[in-house]
Design a protein around this ligand. Structure first.
Ligand SMILES: NC(=O)C1=CN([C@@H]2O[C@H](COP(=O)(O)OP(=O)(O)OC[C@H]3O[C@@H](n4cnc5c(N)ncnc54)[C@H](O)[C@@H]3O)[C@@H](O)[C@H]2O)C=CC1
Ligand SMILES: O=C(O)CCC(=O)C(=O)O
Length: 325
């Protein structure tokens, strides 16, 4: 009998994938290369992805043997979970794997903006010594608005509290009692945007959150607002953001994520008031190890016909459509 086949289409830590080879036929491809993905997924019993692989109906249609899609990270916006469920394919992610890493990057990006760290560093590297040009502001005493009070939003609040900031949040699914118990005031989104000196986004990308921060919201902001996006590019209307920054209607933005990655052709990375990073919120050894361990355990269980913890679509198993290989 042939060994079950695992297709890995985004990079995972090699020291964790090496041991798979003893029990499985492990193949790799680049998920961003659509033709390669469609060809390779035909023989796959499990598909392991990160954010660069889009698993939509076309991929599922090419994958008649597929039992499980395992997303080594949090966001499932690149997986059509509904279509997978209809196809009887389990979907699993690693929801707590990178929370600390993203919260820490968020704090770093906020401080980078307040103290002009990237520009000051580039200037010294260029042989300059322009101290007066890099006068910044203290974070202490400022209002920080957290959009989305889930795992990452809550940890960002916890990490920022010692800086002496006023913590505010908007999350339609978190009650004011819940946020107040954690020292964070709950506000409607418009009030949050209008009050904040820092607005940091921690929501999933869904039809309801696409362009959550657009022209109308940015028009409510104070000119001192600094926006941080370590969630997903599509949550901010990038055209409206570029306009608000170019017209000095807000003070700055720090962006780890973009609507299209890499953001070829976008004016945002070229604006002096923008700090940007290439989607590295989860880019730490610890987070990558946690994410890979979680999803590879799920893959091993699924391919052995054992129960899989934390499925994003448990109804697949309830319907009895998952088949033991
Ligand atoms: N830059 C990176 O490398 C990473 C980015 N992410 C992104 O961060 C997102 C958030 O992650 P977690 O906090 O772990 O997810 P989570 O599911 O724990 O929290 C998301 C929160 O957003 C809230 N929410 C949903 N719709 C909202 C709306 N319209 N307005 C305000 N709040 C809303 C939910 O109620 C929930 O509390 C992920 O979905 C992912 O897209 C996650 C990990 C790494
Ligand atoms: O490492 C990755 O794939 C990106 C992490 C991410 O964006 C997520 O976990 O949602």
């Amino acid at each position: 009998m042939s060994r079950p086949s695992i297709l890995i289409s985004d990079p995972l830590p090699p020291h964790l994938t090496a041991e798979l080879h003893t029990a499985f036929d492990v193949r790799e491809c680049r998920g961003s290369d659509r033709a390669a993905l469609l060809a390779a997924v035909r023989d796959a019993d499990a598909l392991v992805i990160r954010s660069a692989t889009k698993v939509d109906r076309e991929v599922l249609d090419h994958a008649s043997r597929l039992r499980i899609v395992a997303r080594a990270g949090v966001g499932l916006d690149n997986v059509d979970v509904e279509a997978a469920t209809r196809a009887g394919v389990m979907v699993v992610n690693a929801p707590v794997s990178n929370v600390t890493s993203v919260a820490e990057l968020t704090v770093g990006l906020i401080l980078s903006m307040f103290r002009n760290i990237p520009a000051a560093s580039a200037s010294v590297r260029a042989g300059e010594w322009r101290r007066a040009d890099f006068q910044g502001s203290e974070l202490s005493g400022k209002s920080v608005g957290i959009v989305g009070f889930g795992r990452i939003g809550q940890l960002v609040a916890e990490r920022l509290a010692p800086f002496g900031v006023e913590l505010l949040t908007h999350d339609p699914y978190a009650s004011p009692d819940f946020t107040h118990a954690r020292g964070v005031s709950w506000l409607p989104l418009d009030d949050l945007v209008a009050t904040a000196d820092v607005l940091t986004l921690h929501v999933p990308l869904t039809p309801a959150t696409r362009n959550l921060i657009g022209e109308r919201e940015l028009a409510l902001a104070k000119p001192t607002l600094r926006l941080v996006n370590t969630s997903r590019g599509g949550i901010v209307d990038e055209v409206a953001l570029a306009r608000a920054l170019a017209e000095d209607r807000i003070a700055g933005a720090a962006l780890d994520v973009f609507a299209t990655e890499p953001p070829t052709g976008s004016p945002l990375p070229h604006l002096d008031s923008v700090v940007c990073t290439p989607h590295i919120g989860a880019g730490t050894a610890e987070a990558q190890d946690r994410a890979a361990t979680t999803v590879l355990d799920a893959v091993r269980a699924a391919l052995a016909g054992l129960p899989v913890d934390g499925l994003a679509n448990p109804e697949v198993l309830a319907a009895g459509t998952a088949v033991t290989v």
